[in-house]
Design a protein. Structure first.
Length: 65
């Protein structure tokens, strides 16, 4: 009976450690995902509204004939 309890405790500890390692790996990727989403959003906004140079104000209007 004692052997079964020890094996159960070791199994639970092993599963918990694997679960914690998986959660840590997932959380380590969150900042990169957020940065990528921000870059994708900025690229999409630049695609939807390309930078159009403003008209030059220093040009004189054409002369009337």
């Amino acid at each position: 009976m004692d052997d079964t309890a020890i094996i159960t405790i070791l199994a639970v500890a092993g599963v918990a450690s694997v679960f914690l390692i998986a959660i840590k790996a997932l959380l380590d990727q969150v900042p990169d995902v957020i940065d990528s989403a921000g870059r994708a959003r900025d690229s999409w906004q630049r695609f939807k509204k390309p930078d159009v140079p403003p008209p030059a104000d220093d040009e004189e209007p054409p002369l009337a004939a």
